[in-house]
Every structure is written in C-alpha cells, then in structure tokens.
Ligand binder design. Sequence first.
Ligand code: NAD
Ligand code: MG
Length: 393
Amino acid sequence: MIGVTVLGATGSIGVSTLDVLGRHRDRYRVVALAAHSDVERLTEQCRAFHPELAVMADADAAQRLRERLRGIDTAIEVSAGAEAVAHAAAHPAAQTVMAAIVGAAGLLPTLAAARAGKRILLANKEALVMAGRLFMDEVRAHGAQLLPVDSEHNAIFQCLPSVRSGGLAAMGVSKILLTASGGPFRDTPLTELPAMTPAQACAHPNWVMGRKISVDSATMMNKGLEVIEACWLFDTAAEQVQVVLHAESIVHSMVEYIDGSILAQLGSPDMRTPIAHALAWPERLESGVRRLNLFDVATLHFAAPDLARFPCLALAYQAMERGGTATAVLNAANEVAVQAFLEERIAFTAIAAVVEATLSDVPARAAVSLEKILEDDAHARAVARDTVARIGR
Ligand code: NAD
Ligand code: MG
C-alpha cells in the first residue's frame, strides 16, 4: 500500500486526486488531508477516506472540523495552522504527496515534502515560479522525486525519453511546444475586455478549475507561469519554450526533436489523466477519464498567441529573463491583482497593469535564500496593493 497525502484536498485538483485514489483503494491509502477552511468538504473526505491526519490552515475551521468528526471517526487527528500543513507534507507514513494548494501558500508545504524526500506530484506551479532554483536544489539534495501534474508539463514529461541523461539538448530535443487554449476571451473584441466580469473570466471553455487559475487562464498569466515552470522542471531556457494557441485543449503539449519529429500527448481535458499518470508512473492506472474519440474531435487548430491581447504572457517572459526574485515578484503582484479583480475592485485589464507597475517598482535580487524570496514577495504584495488602491474603483 502506498501512503498518499493530499495538500489542497478540497480544491479542484484535490477532489480529482481523491476521485482517482478512490478507484484504487487496494493500492493507495490516504494518510493526510490538508486544506484552508472548507470544513464541509473536508468532513466528507474524512468520512470517505479515514486519513490519520486532517489539517485546516484556518484555526476556527479546524475547531469546527474536530466537532464534526466526533460523530464520524474519532481516530482522525485534527490540527490547525500553516505549520501543521507543512507537517502533514512531511508525514512519515506517506511516500507520495499531492501538492495542490493554490498560490504562494503552497511553497513552504511543498518544500517540506521535498526536504522529507517524498515523491511529489506537483500541481502548485507557483512554488516553482517563486523559488525554482532553490526548490529544484532541495529536491535533488533530499532524493525527492518530482512528477509534473500540470497537464502541459505532464504531457511534456510523457513525450521525453524515459531514460534521461544530460539536458534536453543531449536527448536531441530542439524545442518544447507548450499549448494554451487562450481561455474564455481569446476571441473577445479588445475594446470589450475592460468590462469582463469575474463570472465571465471563470467560465473556461474547456476546463473546470479553481477561480485563481481560471482568471490566470483568461489573462494567459497561467501560460506565463507555465513557461517558467517548464524552464525549471526541464532545465531549459525560456527561448526553448514556445507557446502555441490550441483552442480545443486536446493536445496537452509537444516536444520537437532535432530530426524533425514532434511528439504530442493527447487526451480529454480532464486532470484525472495527469494525476493518475503521476501517481502510478512508470506504470499506468485507470483514471475514470472519458476516452477521446478522434472522430468526434475531427479537427485541431494551432496559432501563434497575440501578445497585445495577452500582455501578462510577455510580462512573465520578461521576469524570467530578468531572473532572481523577479518571478516571485511577478507571482505576488499577480495574486494580489487577481484577488482584487475577483472582488471587483479593479477591471480585468488592470491585472496586467498592476503586475507591470510592480515589476518596474520592485528591483529583482539574486534568489539566494528563501528569506530573500519571501521578503521580495512581501514587498511586491505591498506595492501591488498600493497600485490597486490607486487605480481601483
Ligand atoms: P482551488 O482553488 O480549487 O483549490 C485550492 C486548494 O488549496 C483548496 O483545497 C484550498 O483549501 C487550499 N488552500 C488555499 N490556501 C491554503 C492555505 N493557506 N493552506 C492550506 N491550503 C490552502 O485550486 P485548484 O484549481 O485546485 O489549483 C490548485 C493548484 O493546482 C494551483 O497552483 C493551480 O495553478 C494548479 N493547477 C490546477 C489545475 C486545475 O485544473 N485546477 C491545473 C493545473 C494546475
Ligand atoms: Mg496547465
């Protein structure tokens, strides 16, 4: 039996992960579940999976969970707070950790899993965007294993040779082709973009996801974060990563080789495929995903992204080029801006403006330590909040 901890259990990825785990109870056992404050859902998950440990980052929520579980399963330990979440990530009974907390809050717990030498199924791309080099160093130093769950990175992983020695060039790879749907506003007239609402931004044409990543998909900051994620995961430069608009979200990404071959991974847009792949690799696991019918799909489209429509994508490339803590600044400013947009304090198009202003106001430094990274993250959040207050409605 393989013990699994799920960080961000109540979110979109967390729920899909438990769906896959529930199909293979003979093989996987849930050791710990952690989430922010959704007591209702975590109670249900505890009832279904009986973990050893359940953690709520929010202390009041943890107290309510404790009361709820009294009548269900008194053997489940309940703990509270950010440190308890990081503790769960290093739980000795789990070999595998699903890192699916959204945003910067996922960094410390995911690092804790790396330091405990776990097999990490990485959904929380923000951890790599904030602290790529440091995180990859910790993974190596502690013999942890990193398996990408982000559908594009999981696709790239699947299209690379199974025996890996040296970098991409040594494997004969000439380019990574990172596909992007373009989100809900890919065809919206540019003049209408400022008036787009959170509900419209969260209505993704192909994927059902959490609200933050849905807005990131609408601005294409998500693709920018994924370019940075790909650079760290596959040890390559941003110039080697080409974004390809692909409206159908059927090809999840591709790898181009020097002999002219392009390998692609295709499938229904359902996160249970990359989750099952990362869980079982190098084996395969039934995931519950509807089989792709190529006759129904029939046609696939590919196009170059329009940087005037998606300024956030260009900002992410700029931050990666600048290096050091610039990507942590980008991520922090984006989190503040997306939150402000979701709370209807700024317009959709102001998200890019807030990120751009923050990047120009906060100088990047070498990302030599976690402390420096977290200092610049905090500085960027303060600057971004000021900009939101100035330009907000
Ligand atoms: P979501 O908003 O649906 O869920 C987020 C989860 O994180 C929830 O369980 C929430 O309780 C938990 N959480 C938030 N703050 C926390 C904190 N401070 N401490 C502990 N737990 C906390 O988000 P999601 O769509 O599931 O995305 C999760 C991560 O996976 C993100 O980093 C996202 O970029 C990435 N991802 C998601 C998808 C997708 O299809 N949803 C695809 C690729 C990558
Ligand atoms: Mg993705």
